[in-house]
Design a protein around this ligand. Structure first.
Ligand SMILES: Cc1ncc(COP(=O)(O)O)c(C=O)c1O
Length: 416
């Protein structure tokens, strides 16, 4: 191994991450995901500490329901540990088909297709739908998997200001002008590829670092008026937003987006991503989405678990309500403690601290007190916007939430 060559690829990046307080390490959790976890004290020889977890994406805490664990174990016994092939070769088993039917039903759509992760769903869908002659309109706070999908598609990307509908309309008008001049150029050069304008608006449904919602009714209006397609990513909305956790359309009482992406790894507490929509869209993705085609199917037992968990959400709306009540209580408790936190429409409650080092200090002190709320820093959020990102579970008690709100406030005030 030539260490100098490895250095030339890696050393500067690592040193600059350390210098800017953005160097990442893994936390070692030695118990299952739940509202309390045991965290190993790295190399200290101390016993793992019992910690209140306010950082999980397992919003409904379904991972700990015996009935659901048992169904997954039964599925492993029935279907084995792996799928053995890609969906289009030998990997497609009964649980995969059942899961897709179950998602379509839960989302109130004609059909659905699953991917191995939500990341792969976004990357595969955008790059299948759009090509280099197309335009994608992307909210500036969209998740990395959306950004990577746009890059892979080679479409022209117009980023609009966060949740700013007027700026989106401006970006579409600009793109239409560009497309017109491209068409004229193509005609002048007598090329055959002067295609009609095609555009895709893409947005997170719940923004993962801010917890706020996309304005679906307004996005639908713009998409219709401008003849473009609308895609929303309900990764943090499924099982969380809307009276029964069906997502943004249920929350606003409006129509669905043309393309709805989601993940099975957060509130659903399994693994995988999905797209739900018209049958023709799903048929298209099955034929064209490379991250669906060129990968081994998820283990059938994972598909069975996702399907059972989704059915459980469908038949237990009180679990969703419990989560929503917890979020309301926590935001009010933070406010009572004097922190400028807005009510959150999702399970994510950001507490913006600003400076990267300060956010790290608040998070570390909280952890010493047995509460885990990670500091989120650049590049995940903009520089100077470092924050504690609290995310809640249906099973947190109000006492735990009040204790956390008081501790956060005390620590922030003590280091001001
Ligand atoms: C908005 C959003 N989309 C997609 C993903 C990716 O989903 P998955 O974890 O299933 O890959 C995430 C987070 O992981 C996310 O926050």
């Amino acid at each position: 191994m030539n260490e100098q060559i490895l250095d030339s690829f890696t050393k500067d990046a690592l040193e600059s991450a350390r210098a800017s307080n953005t160097y990442r390490t893994l936390r070692h959790i030695v118990s299952p995901e739940a509202s309390h976890v045991k965290i190993a004290c790295n190399g200290s020889g101390h016993a793992p500490t019992d910690t209140l977890l306010l950082a999980s994406n397992s919003y409904l805490d379904l991972s700990n329901i015996d009935e659901l664990k048992r169904s997954m174990a039964d599925a492993v016994l029935q279907w084995g540990t792996g799928s053995g092939g890609a969906r289009l070769t030998t990997g497609n088993k009964t649980p995969h088909d059942e899961l897709e039917e179950c998602i379509a039903q839960f989302k109130g759509e004609e059909a659905a297709i699953t991917f191995n992760t939500g990341y792969m769903a976004n990357v595969g869908t955008i790059s299948a739908l759009c090509g280099k002659n197309d335009f994608v309109f992307s909210d500036e706070l969209n998740h990395a998997s959306i950004i990577d999908g746009i890059r892979l598609s080679r479409a022209s990307c117009k980023v609009y200001r966060h949740n700013d509908i007027a700026d989106l309309e401006r970006a579409i008008a600009e793109a239409k002008l560009e497309a017109r001049s491209r068409g004229q150029d193509a005609k002048q050069e007598a090329k055959q590829d002067a295609r009609p304008f095609r555009g895709l608006i893409v947005t997170d449904a719940v923004f993962s670092m801010d917890g706020d919602l996309a304005n679906l009714p307004e996005l639908l209006r713009v998409a219709r008026e401008q003849d473009v397609l609308l895609m929303i990513d309900e990764a943090h909305a499924t099982g969380v937003v809307g009276k029964t956790g069906r997502g943004l359309a249920e929350h606003y009482g409006c129509a669905h987006a043309d393309v709805t992406v989601g993940t099975l790894s957060k509130a659903v507490a399994a693994e995988g991503g999905f797209v739900a929509g018209r049958q023709q869209l799903i048929d298209f993705l099955r034929n064209k989405a490379r991250s669906f085609i060129f990968t081994t199917a998820m283990a059938p037992a994972i598909a069975a678990a996702a399907c059972n968990n989704l059915r459980y959400i469908g038949s237990h709306p009180e679990r969703v309500r419990q989560l929503q009540d917890n979020v309301k209580f926590f935001c009010e408790a933070l406010k009572r403690e004097g922190l400028g936190v807005q009510p959150s429409p999702s399970a994510i409650v950001p507490i913006v601290v600003g400076d990267e080092a300060r956010a790290l200090e608040v998070s570390a002190t909280l952890q010493e007190r047995g509460i885990l709320i990670p500091a989120i820093r650049y590049p995940t959020v903009a520089r100077g916007q470092a924050r504690l990102r609290a995310s809640l579970m249906a099973t947190h008690t109000q006492e735990e939430l009040q204790t956390a709100a008081t501790a956060i406030s005390q620590i922030i005030k003590s280091i001001d």
